[in-house]
Design a protein around this ligand. Structure first.
Ligand code: SAM
Length: 346
């Protein structure tokens, strides 16, 4: 086990069998070791700095019906909302005044948000905040739509592939959604020039060690600039409402594997990890993450963007709680970097 970790640290790679061994049998001592190696790797690239992104959840209307997700179409028990352009711009203004230089617009796949409406919003943010990065996380779109978003001024796009295994994909999504389309989207995004993020939920229903190895190999081949890893958390109004949450140790292990294989990547310590356990945010950073995404959405809408139960969005998870976040990061020896934090090879 130690030699696999050493090889990941020195050569940034491991054979499929080695990854299998690591994922199947990493005990707490080896988890500590790999977290430490990943932390050292992140610190060598980024110092003790953590980038912040202001997350604006622009709407929870979604035509998809993913079995795991609280804002899925079939959930009749949530109040739907969408933010209009002025509200989104007001969130950006508030964030910019607080020092944010990246805005992440995330939302369900909402047919109301046509390419024209979305590009209008992107162009207005670009015009008003020329010094800031615009990240989108709006799901699967046509090639032409992605090109229009890029031309309008968006820089980055987050789209987790969720799983690279077709049989596992079918366990998570209804007919009508397709893994090949999701992968086509990721290829498009890369080719168009977006800094592209992908990733998975750890512990999603039916996920096997072999699936995880497949995901690691896919990500190694795609070489995304950003990698999003968080535990699956159940939402009571979904078909997976009674499934157990993803495991903390497995999430931290995967985070460290991705850091060691992708030393330059931007890897968030996710809200899901912070929701799973009180020290989750810090544990993620100590396992090699270097980004946090405080919530910049209007506080009265936050509870409606309920992807899973008890989703954290206040306190250190909130943009207005930046000082609290700073204090918590300082306790573990880190500080906030207020820059745009673009991907760069060092
Ligand atoms: N619609 C866009 C998309 O599909 O990428 C963005 C919104 S989607 C809700 C953002 C991410 O939330 C998904 O990629 C998924 O990994 C995560 N997510 C959804 N339900 C979740 C759950 N129950 N537990 C943990 N993460 C979840």
């Amino acid at each position: 086990m130690r030699s696999i970790i050493e090889r990941l640290y020195r050569e940034h790679t491991a054979a499929p069998d080695e990854l299998r061994t690591l994922l199947a049998g990493c005990d707490s001592r080896n988890l500590e070791l790999i977290n430490k190696k990943a932390r050292e790797t992140a610190q060598a690239r980024f110092g003790n700095k953590v980038f912040i992104r202001g997350l604006i959840e622009i709407g929870n209307c979604c035509h998809n019906d993913c079995y795991y997700c609280g804002i899925r179409r079939s959930n009749r028990n949530i109040e739907r909302y969408r933010l209009d352009k002025e509200t989104i711009l007001a969130c950006c203004r508030e964030g910019h005044a607080l020092g944010f230089r990246t805005f992440v617009l995330q939302g369900g796949e909402d047919d109301y948000l046509t390419t024209e409406r979305a590009t209008g919003i992107i162009a207005d943010i670009r015009r008003e905040f020329p010094d800031s990065a615009i990240t989108l996380s709006l799901g699967e779109k046509s090639t032409e739509a992605y090109e229009a978003f890029f031309r309008a001024g968006a820089n980055r796009y987050l789209l987790r592939h969720e799983t690279h295994n077709p049989a596992h994909y079918r366990q998570l999504h209804p007919a009508g959604m397709s893994l090949s389309n999701r992968l086509r989207c990721l290829d498009d995004l890369k080719r168009i020039g977006f800094q592209t993020g992908t990733g998975i939920m750890v512990g999603s229903s039916g996920q096997t060690i072999d699936n995880l190895v497949e995901d690691i190999l896919y990500i190694a081949q795609l070489r995304p600039e950003m990698i999003g890893i968080g535990p699956f958390l159940p939402h009571h109004d979904t078909p997976f409402g009674k499934m157990p949450a993803g495991n903390l140790e497995q999430t931290l292990l995967l985070l460290s594997i991705f850091r060691l294989m992708h030393p330059d990547a931007l890897i968030p310590s996710t809200t899901a990890l912070a929701t799973l356990t009180p020290e989750g945010r810090e544990r993620g950073i100590l396992a090699g993450a270097n980004v946090v995404m405080p919530n910049l959405s209007p506080p009265q809408q936050r509870s409606k963007y309920a992807l899973y139960d008890n989703k954290a969005s206040m306190g250190a998870e909130a943009a207005e709680g930046l000082r609290l976040l700073q204090a918590r990061l300082e306790k573990i020896g880190y500080t906030i970097d207020m820059g745009r934090g673009d991907y760069r090879l060092i």
